[in-house]
Design a protein around this ligand. Structure first.
Ligand SMILES: [Zn+2]
Length: 421
């Protein structure tokens, strides 16, 4: 099939807007915009989404990991599917666009295919992945990890909170089936390509006034918990040269992260200590114990490796010099995901076909695409968001930008469909 014969997909901003409006009111009214995975609100949102999928003519099913999947038949089911998706769950006091436009954009693409009466060669799946955002079990993104095998069914079945809540029970609550979680696993033969539209969650596109981003790589987080144990003592009676102050050591560790990650030779890398617990946390007691959690992200594996070593050495050095004890454990070591050139090219050409300016840029946040990349070529399309803000009620993306992103999503899908395996 020649690419010039591909149809123009008539994306309707008003339909996208109506969907965004409908979903944004499914929130905790006192805490907009809050629709946490597994909550009643999530169930309500998914029910609404299922109805929209059915209205668009999709065959809808919920897989055993509770991923909500709508399928549109292609000319032949012999081929692997092409998948588009993201997530509609939110963090607490999150936004109306993160993840959501990836699902609603995919749905709009399906409606435009219906409008022009186009049948793709491959079956198309629109997926709302279960629980992309962090959960109390520290297994996220959940649905895409189960689908790709990044987490095993057994690990998920073992996940339980101190109060006895199991992850299995929550998955079942959404219509999944924890006893058969293995069934969601897909292999490299099953998916021809995966496309995800997302807000940038950063300021680059807005600052440059460029409507579209072609994502080049997805950064991965490296996370550690550090415990520093000094000696708690009276703040008045203990002289300065006789102290083993864990918080002073922690302060040095915080600044070390800033210095190490701010090294100008290390690009595309950020580091944060966003969590700190001080004990006993009293005004008249020298802090005896501090726990810190560090989050370092980069799109380059070599930098993560380097920083992992440097950070460990720095914590050891600080603790030794202050004669206090320390413990460091890496809680998450993930690898950055390079987006295959072929998929970048595809999205870029889709932008060019439509006459939209674009910019290549990395994603600093993780996405469902990060995990699906283990089993399929993935492509990601970014649209600008106001002031680069995300995971906050102020998160905002312009409907015209979302519509353009949806057009690029649709065009990329058609291009991917035009090539057979
Ligand atoms: Zn997201």
């Amino acid at each position: 099939m020649s690419l010039s014969s591909l149809p123009n997909l008539p994306v309707q901003p008003s339909r996208l807007q109506a969907d965004l409006d409908a979903l944004q009111v499914i929130t905790d009214p006192d805490l907009p915009y809050t629709r946490p995975a597994f909550s009643d609100l999530d169930i309500q949102g998914r029910k609404w989404l299922k109805a929209q999928m059915e209205n668009a003519g999709l065959e809808v099913h919920v897989d055993t990991a509770a991923n909500l999947i709508g399928r549109r038949k292609g000319l032949s089911s012999k081929h692997p599917v092409i998948m588009m998706g993201s997530h509609i769950d939110t963090v607490r006091s999150g936004g109306r666009f993160d993840g959501i436009i990836g699902v609603l954009g995919a749905l709009e693409v399906i409606r435009t295919l219906n409008d022009v009466g186009w049948t793709t060669q491959h079956d198309i799946e629109v997926v709302n992945f279960t629980c992309e955002e962090p959960n109390a079990f520290s297994i996220s993104p959940l649905g895409s990890k189960l689908m790709s095998g990044a987490v095993t069914a057994e690990q998920v079945r073992r996940a339980e909170l101190a109060d006895g809540t199991t992850l299995s029970s929550l998955i079942d609550r959404l219509g999944g089936d924890h006893q058969n979680l293995e069934d969601v696993l897909r292999g490299t033969q099953d998916i021809h390509g995966y496309l995800e539209l997302h807000i940038e969650q950063g300021p680059v596109l807005e600052r440059k006034q460029i409507p579209l981003g072609v994502v080049t790589a997805i950064a991965a987080p490296l996370r550690a918990t550090v415990t520093l144990s000094g000696v708690a003592d009276h703040s008045g009676a203990t002289m300065m040269n006789e102290r083993y102050d864990a918080l002073c050591a922690a302060a040095e560790v915080v600044l070390a992260v800033e210095r190490l990650c701010g090294n100008p030779e290390i690009t595309d890398t950020v580091g944060t200590i966003g969590h700190i617990e001080v004990s006993p946390n009293m005004v008249n007691i020298i802090p005896g114990l501090v726990e810190l959690r560090v989050d370092i992200r980069s799109t380059k594996q070599e930098f993560l490796d380097k920083l992992q070593g440097e950070f460990e050495a720095e914590v050891t050095r600080i603790a030794h010099r202050r004669s206090i004890e320390h413990d460091l454990s890496w809680t998450s070591i993930e690898e950055p995901v390079p987006i295959p050139n072929k998929m970048q090219q595809l999205v870029m050409e889709a932008c060019q076909d439509l006459g939209y300016p674009f910019e290549h840029l990395p994603s600093r946040a993780a996405h469902d695409a990060s995990r699906i990349s283990d089993i399929s070529p993935v492509g990601m399309i970014f649209v600008p968001c106001k002031d680069g803000k995300s995971h906050t009620p102020e998160e905002w993306a312009n409907i015209d930008d979302i519509a353009r992103g949806t057009e690029v999503l649709g065009r990329s899908l058609l291009k991917l469909d035009a090539e057979l395996v």
